[in-house]
Design a protein around this ligand. Structure first.
Ligand SMILES: [Zn+2]
Length: 266
């Protein structure tokens, strides 16, 4: 691996530890930290290009904008499958928290709100954050009571709305790789989590077989969206820097391009 003059240091190792060039995509460069193996986009694309990657642009985006305002969740294609997946993830996450009176739940990057729906089924008071407003409209139509508790923005821009120690359970499934400043965002998650609360994530795994064999063709390399890619070991170090004291690594909810799950406690 040849050394590369990166513009910003590794977010886990901080000081200018050497990084190597990893893969190029058009004008975007992934680099890899020699010390911890984090793979990250050195210079992000501009905000407009990154946002377009989320909304899909063009026809898909237009169709969504036209129909989503009237839709209920049940009319979403694959509803039963997505609901079953969400119940599985929620059941996994819930086992780590104490049962009792109504619990507060936040899903960061809640997409179409299936995890929130799974939380409602379990009598949780649910909150969601989703950058792409239109995605979450069918959820809001189905559960109008929770409309005011779903925020259409980046997590870093809504986190201040939540009081310290408010949530029993927080999930971010396939989300931390999207954060522009993951350390700042994880510190906010830590702040808004209760003392005995739990944070559950799933994210691509740089140590998985697909990452090793496919290298630049690994499906998780999407430089407009996936800005930081972790492995189990460096994620533990990283989460501890954000203040979490106990971090355990688990098998993925679904393999997809190769993922790991982490459970974080304060
Ligand atoms: Zn590093």
């Amino acid at each position: 691996m040849s050394q590369y003059q990166a513009t910003r240091p590794c977010i886990i190792c901080h000081e200018q530890k050497p990084v190597s060039h990893y893969c190029s995509f058009d004008k975007l460069e992934y680099v890899c930290c020699h010390s911890c193996g984090l793979i990250y986009v050195d210079n992000f694309a501009n905000n407009d290009d990154m946002y377009k990657a989320y909304t899909g642009g063009g026809l898909k985006s237009l169709r969504r904008r036209l129909f989503a305002p009237f839709r209920k969740m049940r009319s979403i294609k694959g509803y039963a499958h997505f609901m079953q997946r969400a119940r599985g993830i929620f059941t996994f996450a819930k086992q780590y928290i104490h049962t009792g009176q109504t619990k507060t739940y936040l899903d960061i990057g809640c997409n179409k709100g299936f995890l929130l729906a799974a939380g409602i089924e379990e009598n949780f008071d649910v909150y969601g954050v989703e950058l792409v407003t239109v995605l979450v409209r069918p959820f809001c139509n189905t559960y109008p009571k929770y409309r005011e508790q779903v925020y259409s923005d980046k997590f870093c821009d809504v986190a201040q709305r939540f009081n310290a120690g408010f949530f029993d359970l927080i999930t971010a499934i396939d989300v931390v790789e999207h954060f522009e400043d993951p350390l700042a965002d994880l510190k906010e998650v830590h702040r808004v989590l209760k003392e005995d609360g739990v944070f559950v994530i799933q994210t691509p795994d740089v140590d998985c077989d697909q990452a090793k064999t496919l290298v630049c063709n690994w499906g998780a390399l999407k430089p407009l969206e996936h800005l930081h890619l972790f492995g189990g070991k460096n994620f533990i170090d990283f989460a501890k820097q954000a203040g979490f004291s106990e971090v355990t690594i688990h098998d993925a909810f679904e393999e997809a391009d190769g993922n790991f799950v982490a459970v974080l406690k304060k």
